[in-house]
Design a protein around this ligand. Sequence first.
Ligand SMILES: NC(=O)c1ccc[n+]([C@@H]2O[C@H](COP(=O)([O-])OP(=O)(O)OC[C@H]3O[C@@H](n4cnc5c(N)ncnc54)[C@H](OP(=O)(O)O)[C@@H]3O)[C@@H](O)[C@H]2O)c1
Length: 436
Amino acid sequence: MHIAVVGLSHRTAPVEIRERLSIPEQSMEASLQLLKADDQVLEASILSTCNRLEIYTLLRNPEQGIASIGSFLSQHSGLAVDQLVPHLFTFHHEEAIAHLLRVSAGLDSLVLGEGQILAQVKKMVRLGQEHHSVGPILNRLLNQAVSSGKRVRTETNLGTGAVSISSAAVELAQLKLGQARGIDELVPLDQEQVAVVGAGRMARLLLQHLQAKGCRGVVLLNRTVARAELLAADLPALPVQCRPLDDLDHCLSTCSLVFTSTAAENPIISAARLGALNRRSSLMLIDIGVPRNIAADTSALAGVQSFDVDDLQEVVNRNQEARREMAAEAEVLLEQEAKLFLEWWDGLEAVPVVNRLRRQLEDIREQELQKALSRMGPDLSVRERKVVEALSKGIINKILHTPVTNLRAPQPRQQRHSAMRVLRELFELNDHPPEA
Ligand SMILES: NC(=O)c1ccc[n+]([C@@H]2O[C@H](COP(=O)([O-])OP(=O)(O)OC[C@H]3O[C@@H](n4cnc5c(N)ncnc54)[C@H](OP(=O)(O)O)[C@@H]3O)[C@@H](O)[C@H]2O)c1
């Protein structure tokens, strides 16, 4: 059995490729079932976020299994395998484990140490369990990734400071507005007419950061106005006007800065839509949706500056150095966590030997018990028979306890292998039961 991850991320693929591979929650069950239907795939789980699509698997055979996942990705995205391959990464066993732990800790994120990825890893665990695509191995690994992600955030400085894609988006607006005025630093947002489209988790963070950066008020548009109103009620210090999505044209005509963060699968703002409006002379659009909410053709319009998640790199680079130092502490902690998982995994190697030994001793116990009971004759009461049987089971369990514990305890691989060999030889534990 072989643990592997195949995927792509903001490090290996631009947003136009990532959005083709993104798997919304409502399609997750079908995707997991498709993966599991392949004979090579023993366990599978999918991490789909705005910056990555990663498939964690337990495979029967690494080469055939990886090829199966490549075919799945090609079928899902409509991209040929050779178009996908330059953007894909594949990690095996120890490297796959280390990668997952780094992802969960936010060390592989665009915004180093951002908190949302941990919630997304938790969601991957929940979906894998709900749709029965994970078994004991991935379940253990994914849960270890969640606990490692929590440890990094509570035990290192990386968790300090509210960093997210949303905070980077607000900073990008500050930076670009500053640059437009000839200042290469972040400017306050108190002069801008700001709108946010979407009222989900990322919109909430956008509003919090907008408030912190001096924004005086926001128009919040959402498909479901009631959800926008609930969000606005949580931020009483920020004046928020809640509007239906139908008011988008009016907003695009009157606002100077518009953020989009909806889970819509197709763009909701395009050059054609903007071209038909009688709008202000300058408009800045910042889209953190993946798939993108704003079509790429908008950036060609005069007076429009349009940015997507990949453009956040510029602002992220500005404050990454300090966070990189904090990340070093987290790396040490993650190495310990990866070691714990690998020790558990290595301990599993002993399971078949232990099971065979237990079966062999159980057969002996059963035979000797029947002999003893028949010698004792028919006068034995039911209670006495049970006592004799329990005695025989107790002796076997006690004898097995110490060697089994020692065999499964963390230890160098070679040491475990030689202990297993000795057991096999001494007890003549064959891989296959002897023929009758
Ligand atoms: N979560 C993250 O860490 C993260 C990070 C970076 C980027 N993103 C991206 O940001 C976007 C929003 O993520 P989220 O986590 O905030 O999602 P969320 O909490 O699930 O909220 C989804 C929002 O999208 C709206 N929506 C869904 N389908 C729509 C459609 N067809 N037309 C118009 N509005 C629609 C929903 O409106 P209703 O209230 O009416 O349902 C809601 O406001 C996604 O594209 C995601 O990939 C997320």
